[in-house]
Design a protein around this ligand. Structure first.
Ligand SMILES: NC(=O)c1ccc[n+]([C@@H]2O[C@H](COP(=O)([O-])OP(=O)(O)OC[C@H]3O[C@@H](n4cnc5c(N)ncnc54)[C@H](O)[C@@H]3O)[C@@H](O)[C@H]2O)c1
Length: 325
């Protein structure tokens, strides 16, 4: 029996217990949509954080499946049980460095996982699919800012290769079955309930615990850091406005030197970091910088929250969540 909730849209959010998925699910629920979350709560990082994100959704209008998306049969059951109007596919094995030692996790979660989602969209006639790609697809490209029209045939990590693979598969499903697919290339997302494997979380944790931080390439790196609220509004805009097939950058269009990023954290924590200066890591890139003109014109995307403000918001959340004075 299919569940149909009046005019409200039923939106499947894969990876809804994850950092971005949680914020997207929350924003959809806040505006009155019904959300179906599928997440396997894997232990790539502390699953308690995933549980707490789900708790933070309160008892709003969502349904939760603790399920691996790469399981075709189980996903079929979920699609039979629910009338899904749109798909927002965010579940993935994330992380560039982890892909060096755990390549197979990327093949099953990002490769097969995305293929299963596209198969579901095809068989259950869900026309509109928004999915997460990544700035990593730009690899070591030298031309900045990175534009969607740039060649992205040279991924420098397996993570990036699987994200490019996702874009290619989505194009094929658009071509063959008429699905509307929008791939969003996120640029280093940060904010409350953020990921423990990412620099901001790791730096704040280490500094508050008097531990040294690893500073790769001796701090000579630049990232286009994007505050979570900007990503959330970009994802919702993409859900609301389907295109036949597009890939769109969601970044901030401002590059920040790693040195300056660390200074800001030190300033907000009122404490100096002990730094381990390290060489560049395999799979890493020197700079990311998003050209966001396409997002502006197609999605009305207009990122606010500069990194000075965003880091402070993250640290406020971190202190409260971990009860730090
Ligand atoms: N955070 C960033 O800076 C960033 C940048 C570029 C791209 N992305 C992409 O955005 C998406 C969301 O990233 P995030 O930062 O929220 O990561 P995250 O790890 O916090 O969220 C991913 C969620 O997906 C779930 N998941 C993974 N494999 C699954 C599977 N096979 N079945 C069901 N659930 C599964 C995980 O349990 C997790 O809760 C990912 O596709 C990621 O590759 C993120």
């Amino acid at each position: 029996m299919k569940v149909c909730v009046g005019k409200t849209m039923n939106i499947l959010v894969t990876g809804g217990a994850g950092f971005i998925g949680f914020h997207v699910a929350k924003a959809l629920l806040d505006r009155g949509d019904h959300v179906i979350i599928v997440d396997d709560f894997n232990d790539y990082y502390d699953p308690q954080l995933k549980e707490d994100r789900i708790k933070a959704l309160g008892d709003s209008n969502f349904k939760l499946y603790r399920q691996d998306i790469s399981d075709f049969k189980e996903m079929e059951n979920i699609f039979k049980e629910n009338q899904i109007d749109k798909i927002c596919h965010l579940a993935a094995q994330a992380g560039v460095r982890y892909s060096i030692d755990h390549p197979l996790s990327y093949e099953s979660n990002n490769g097969r996982g995305t293929l299963v989602i596209l198969e579901m969209a095809r068989h259950f006639n869900v026309k509109d699919v928004v999915f997460a790609s990544s700035s990593s697809v730009y690899g070591g490209n030298k031309k900045v800012p990175f534009s969607e029209s740039d060649v992205v045939d040279n991924p420098v990590s397996l993570y990036a290769a699987t994200k490019k693979y996702d874009e290619l598969m989505a194009y094929t499903y658009h071509h063959l079955y008429g699905l509307n697919c929008t791939g969003l290339r996120f640029f280093t997302v940060y904010g409350p309930f953020g990921r423990p494997d990412m620099a901001l979380f790791k730096f704040v944790k280490a500094i508050t615990e008097d531990q040294p931080i690893d500073v790769y390439n001796h701090g000579n790196m630049k990232r286009d850091f994007t505050y979570i609220d900007n990503i959330t509004s970009g994802v919702l805009a993409a859900i609301d406005k389907p295109f036949p097939y597009e890939v769109i950058n969601l970044g901030n269009n401002r590059t920040v030197e790693l040195h300056y990023f660390i200074e800001l954290i030190e300033k907000d924590l009122g404490k100096e970091a002990k730094k381990n200066m390290m060489d560049m890591q395999p799979g890493d890139v020197l700079e990311t910088h998003a050209d966001i003109e396409k997002a502006k014109s197609l999605l009305g995307y207009n990122p606010g929250n500069d990194v000075e403000e965003g880091i402070k918001k993250f640290i406020d959340w971190y202190k409260e969540y971990y009860s730090i004075e």
